[in-house]
Design a binder for this molecule. Structure first.
Ligand code: GTP
Ligand code: ZN
Length: 362
């Protein structure tokens, strides 16, 4: 029956629910769990979750490390929420903003034994909803009935898992001519994924020959740098530098990938900036928030290049991971073209950290 939402559509709905603070039912083989993102939890909903049983807060091993909670499940910890803990306690576990001012009173107790598969699914959903990766969960007796009774989205773990690490197919919605400062022969293509995720853009300059390596840039969205002229990173000058070089050569393709903040979203990136003001570097800040250094999937750039008819690039980058990923996904990198522009007094440490910890080439 095509009118029923399929698993990808249900996952998109679950992401929206989590962003609004609406509970989602996660169904495993032999148990169901109700999940609410910590960031959007309200005191009323916390009280109602408590009425159902003993809630836990699932956090990533990265966040657990800062909080000295035991990650018995490897990549995550299920931290028990004490009976007298209020919403502020839950949010202090999720959000490192006040770690230094009011360190968590521990020790935090992690659950062990049993399966953490549904907790892992909940964290993956929170990350893909660009929320803090911390979710409050409580088991429910009959998940199917519960979801139907309260009108909640129900996600079957077995159906969801194959879709989580995968990129959704992406389709071109439209393209149109876009004369730009860098080149009057610009053309903007809009790509829309089938899973309700963010759209990505390709800016084609001139009419690049599909049989030769094209001058290409995979640019990750940076609202602060690209639009506001932030001095904390080099994104704005890199964006304009790449377009200018393509304009000068008369041909190129720039992918503008909506992976703000290396894939954690703008709100989380601003949380990271706030931690950077407390003295942590760009990598440490991501870890304290519970994220990996880089949560992007560059394979989607390769997908778009292929859809545009390219199979080989001269890649404008200083990031060896982008090159490795291109080659792995079947786009040949004929040449790396360095892109060193825009160093300022404010971003010198940021660039040095990327070179030291993330392997960026100088
Ligand atoms: N989480 C986080 N993201 C940041 C920070 N500063 C910039 N970003 C994001 O980082 C992304 C740009 O990454 P870069 O490292 O400049 O570029 P790259 O793709 O890794 O490498 P190049 O191709 O060499 O530029 C954008 O999505 C920015 O929003 C930060 O301090 N924390
Ligand atoms: Zn930036």
């Amino acid at each position: 029956m095509s009118l029923l939402p399929d698993i990808n559509e249900l996952l998109a709905r679950a992401r929206s629910d989590l962003r609004m603070g609406v509970p989602v039912v996660l169904a495993g083989e032999d148990q169901s769990i109700l999940a609410v993102a910590s960031e959007t939890l309200t005191p009323e909903r916390l009280a109602d979750l408590r009425a159902l049983g003993q809630p836990v807060i699932a956090i990533t091993a990265r966040r657990a490390e800062t909080l000295k909670a035991r990650p018995y499940d490897g990549d995550l910890a299920r931290v028990e929420i004490p009976a007298d803990a209020d919403l502020d306690w839950v949010q202090a576990v999720a959000d490192p903003a006040d770690d230094l001012i009011t360190p968590m009173k521990g020790p935090l107790v992690s659950a062990r034994g049993g399966s953490a598969a549904l907790h892992r699914l909940a964290i993956a959903l929170a990350k893909s909803a660009r929320l803090l990766p911390a979710v409050v969960l409580v088991p429910v007796e009959d998940g199917t009935r519960f979801a139907a009774e309260y009108g909640l989205t129900r996600i079957i773990h077995r159906l969801a898992v194959p879709h989580l690490g995968e990129r959704s197919p992406m389709n071109e919605v439209v393209h149109a001519r876009l004369p730009m400062e860098a080149s009057e022969a610009g053309r903007l293509h809009i790509y829309r994924p089938e899973d309700g995720g963010e759209e990505h853009y390709a800016i084609e300059i001139g009419r690049p020959d599909r049989s030769k390596p094209v001058l290409a840039r995979l640019h990750s969205a940076c609202f602060t740098g690209d639009v506001m002229g932030s001095l904390k990173c080099d994104c704005g000058p890199q964006l304009r530098g790449a377009l200018a070089q393509m304009g000068a050569e008369g041909a190129g393709v720039l992918l503008y990938l909506n992976q703000e903040g290396r894939g954690i979203g703008l709100a989380n990136k601003m949380r990271a900036y706030s931690l950077q003001d407390q003295g942590f570097d760009t990598v440490e800040a991501n870890h304290r928030l519970g994220f990996e250094d880089d949560e992007r999937d560059f394979r989607l750039g390769a997908d778009i290049l292929r859809a545009l008819g390219f199979s080989s690039v001269r890649l404008l980058t200083n990031n060896p991971k982008k090159i490795a990923m291109m080659e792995k996904t079947g786009i040949a990198v004929a040449e790396r073209v360095p892109l060193k522009v825009g160093e300022t007094a404010f971003n010198r440490n940021y660039l040095a950290t990327k070179a030291k910890k993330s392997g960026h080439l100088l």
